[in-house]
Design a protein around this ligand. Structure first.
Ligand SMILES: *Cc1c(COP(=O)(O)O)cnc(C)c1O
Length: 390
């Protein structure tokens, strides 16, 4: 239950839904002992969320030293941590080596050289996968498409053999596999089919060149969620997702298949709760000015992302509507208080008539919400509370 005197804006996390989601992933991957799911910590690094995911036996996909620390502090075994990112600082590489993380996903030759050097100095050896750019375009927002040929991420396919042989010349790194990640919020399974087929082709190419010993194939994350209908589709399409890879990807004997799901794990379990501060009746538009802004949830401002918004009944400070005000639906631009015109959660959002004090839930905000919050305008960071009822 949501407490009546709740201080807003705040995130509410439905831990029961998170556990159901984790169970769904486990049941879809049961029977594939070689499948390993690493949760992409960047989607949500709330400690309680991380502990729930580590307790369910998942690994962690980290993109910074801070995330490695958060993963270690919240129950992920070091060996089940993988470390990706285009700009790993020396201290972050040292931290990963010191902790004994499972592997590094390497995105360039200069980075490989630095890892080799630091590992040598620390008398360690780093297992590395190369992030290869498969030139597979995901049908998603331009800012979250990462798999096209020219990109700050990853290594071009045409350089794949060269980086592998470079690694094999080095004493303190060991090449163990290939890493891919084509983008985020992908709902069309054809994109994953295209990636799987590309990987088949690259594996064959390597074998033709006499390069063997690829132990790990990592297909990244990117499975999307239903932002329009969070109640009808609280659990993402894990069956189609894992089946697509099971069917399309030709793994070799003893190869492990790694997944790095972020949004699909935590997206639907979170909502951002916000109160209506003012209703402003414009000449053509009607605004609901709320106490949350893009400092709390930046996805609409940053990507034009859609989040379903609904009124939470029975939680407003406002008086109940009198019967004369029959709750028809009105269209509101739901906007925040930040001094930027992009601070809009949704334009023309259909909602029952709103009053000052009404509580709104901005749904599907568990991923890339709290973790991207900022203090712009000297605002406080949003609060968080978790609901544990089954
Ligand atoms: C962001 C990211 C992920 C997770 O992406 P989702 O769309 O949240 O599943 C996985 N792997 C890498 C390398 C990433 O950068």
């Amino acid at each position: 239950m949501i407490p009546k005197n709740l201080s807003t804006p705040c995130y509410v996390y439905d831990m029961a839904l998170l556990r159901q989601t984790l169970d769904a992933i486990k049941s879809e991957t049961a029977g594939h002992d070689n499948y390993h799911v690493h949760y992409a910590v960047k989607a949500n690094a709330n400690p309680e969320v991380l502990r729930c995911i580590s307790a369910a036996g998942f690994g962690a996909d980290c993109v910074s030293g801070g995330e490695i620390r958060a993963a270690l502090d919240n129950g992920f075994p070091a060996k089940d941590i993988v470390f990706a990112g285009v700009g790993k600082a020396d201290w972050e590489i040292e931290l990963g080596l010191e902790a004994g993380i499972g592997l590094f996903n390497v995105e360039s030759i200069p980075e490989l050289e630095v890892i080799n050097e630091i590992a040598g100095r620390m008398s360690r050896r780093a297992d590395v996968c190369f992030r290869i750019n498969p030139d597979v375009g995901a049908h998603t927002h331009a800012n979250i498409t990462t798999g096209l040929a020219e990109n700050k991420f990853g290594i071009a396919m045409s350089d794949m053999e060269a980086v592998i042989s470079a690694a094999r010349q080095m004493d303190n790194v060991r090449f163990v596999g290939l890493h891919f990640h084509i983008g985020s919020q992908i709902l069309d399974m054809e994109d994953f089919v295209a990636l799987a087929r590309r990987i088949n082709q690259l594996q064959k190419q390597l074998e033709d060149e006499g390069i063997t010993g690829v132990r790990v194939i990592n297909v990244g994350g990117g499975l999307g969620i239903d932002y329009n209908y969070p109640d009808s589709n609280p659990i993402p399409k894990f069956h189609s997702y894992f089946q697509t890879y099971a069917k399309e990807l030709q793994l070799r004997l003893e190869q492990e298949l790694h997944f790095e799901l972020g949004r699909a794990v935590v997206g639907q379990m979170g909502s951002l709760l916000t109160r209506v501060l003012y209703i402003k009746e414009g000449h053509v538009k009607r605004f609901a000015i709320v106490d949350a802004g893009f400092t709390d949830l930046i996805r609409p401002a940053l990507y034009g992302a859609h989040h379903h918004i609904e009124k939470v009944e029975g939680c407003g400070e406002a008086q109940a509507h009198t019967p004369e005000e029959a709750p028809t639906t009105l269209l509101y631009d739901v906007v925040g208080p930040i001094c930027e015109s992009s601070d809009v959660f949704q334009k023309d959002c259909p909602l029952p008539p709103l009053r000052r004090g009404d509580l709104l839930a901005i749904r599907s905000a568990g991923a890339y919400g709290e973790i991207m919050a900022s203090q712009y305008n000297c605002r406080a960071l949003p609060g968080v509370f978790t609901i544990n009822e089954e």
